[in-house]
Ligand binder design. Structure first.
Ligand SMILES: Cc1cc2nc3c(=O)[nH]c(=O)nc-3n(C[C@H](O)[C@H](O)[C@H](O)COP(=O)(O)O)c2cc1C
Length: 218
C-alpha cells in the first residue's frame, strides 16, 4: 500500500497545480476532488453567447478546483438524495463514464465519490485523437458508454441513446468552459479501436466522443 500511496502522490504532484487540500483512498487509488463550486459563474445567457469550439490551447494545467468544477458540471451528482446528475440520461441509465487523459495519466471520474480513480500512469493524450492540439492540451475527456448498464436493448438503440446522452454532457462542458474562459472542442475524430485498447476497456465499453479542455492559447 505504501507503494500505491507514493504512486498517487507522484501523480498528484504532477497533475495538480492547485494548493487545495487532498485526501487519498489508498486501497482504491482514488484522488478526492475538492467540493465543486455550485454558485457563481456567468449568467446562463452570457455563457450561451460565449459558447464556441476552439482548437488552440495553452499547455497550462488546470487547477484541481477547476477540474472539480468541470467534472461536476459535466456529469456530477446534483441531487444526492436520488443520485441524479447534471445531465439527463435515457432511462436514467447513467451509462456514460468520463475518463480524463492528462500528462500525468488516465483517470476515471467517480461521480458518487466526486473523485478521480487512477487508471493508467501513462500520458495517452495523443491517442485520444489525430488533431495536433490534442497531445498538448492539458485535458482530454473521453466519454465512454457502458452498454452493460443499458439493459437488453439492441446495440443500435444503445448506440443511439448513448450518443444523445453524451451530447448533453458535452454541452454542459461547453457552457462551463464559456463561463470560466476555458477553451474546448468536442471531437468525433477518435481512433476508437486503438484508444479502447490503450485504455484497457471491456468489450461492453464503447467510446462515443472525446472533448479537449484547457486555457486558450495566448
Ligand atoms: C458530434 C460532434 C463531433 C465533432 N467532432 C469534431 C472533431 O472531431 N474535431 C473538431 O475539431 N471539431 C469537432 N466538432 C466541432 C464542430 O466542428 C463545431 O461544433 C462546429 O464547427 C461549429 O462550431 P462551434 O462549436 O464553434 O459553434 C464536433 C462537433 C460535434 C457536435
Amino acid at each position: 500500500m505504501r507503494i500505491k500511496a507514493l504512486f498517487i502522490s507522484f501523480h498528484l504532484g504532477l497533475l495538480l497545480s492547485s494548493c487545495a487540500v487532498l485526501s487519498f483512498a489508498q486501497e482504491t487509488e482514488l484522488i478526492q476532488l475538492p467540493p465543486p463550486n455550485m454558485t457563481g459563474g456567468k449568467p446562463l445567457m452570457e455563457a450561451m453567447k460565449d459558447r464556441h469550439s476552439s482548437r488552440e490551447f495553452s499547455t497550462e494545467k488546470l487547477p484541481l478546483q477547476v477540474m472539480s468544477d468541470l467534472l461536476w458540471a459535466a456529469f456530477g451528482i446534483n441531487r444526492p438524495d436520488v443520485g441524479k446528475r447534471t445531465a439527463p440520461s435515457a432511462v436514467n441509465w447513467q451509462e456514460i463514464d468520463i475518463y480524463v487523459a492528462t500528462a500525468d495519466g488516465l483517470f476515471l471520474y467517480d461521480a458518487h465519490e466526486h473523485a478521480l480513480q487512477v487508471i493508467l500512469s501513462d500520458d495517452i493524450r495523443a491517442k485520444t485523437g489525430p488533431q495536433d492540439f490534442v497531445k498538448e492540451a492539458p485535458v482530454n475527456l473521453v466519454f465512454v458508454a457502458d452498454y452493460a448498464k443499458m439493459g437488453d436493448r439492441a446495440d443500435e438503440d444503445k448506440r443511439f441513446y448513448s450518443a444523445a446522452d453524451v451530447g448533453f454532457i458535452g454541452q454542459n462542458v461547453y457552457l462551463f468552459c464559456a463561463s470560466e474562459g476555458l477553451a474546448t472542442v468536442i471531437r468525433g475524430r477518435v481512433d476508437r479501436d486503438d484508444l479502447a485498447q490503450t485504455m484497457n476497456l471491456r468489450p461492453e465499453q464503447h467510446i462515443v466522443f472525446a472533448q479537449t479542455v484547457g486555457y486558450p492559447k495566448k
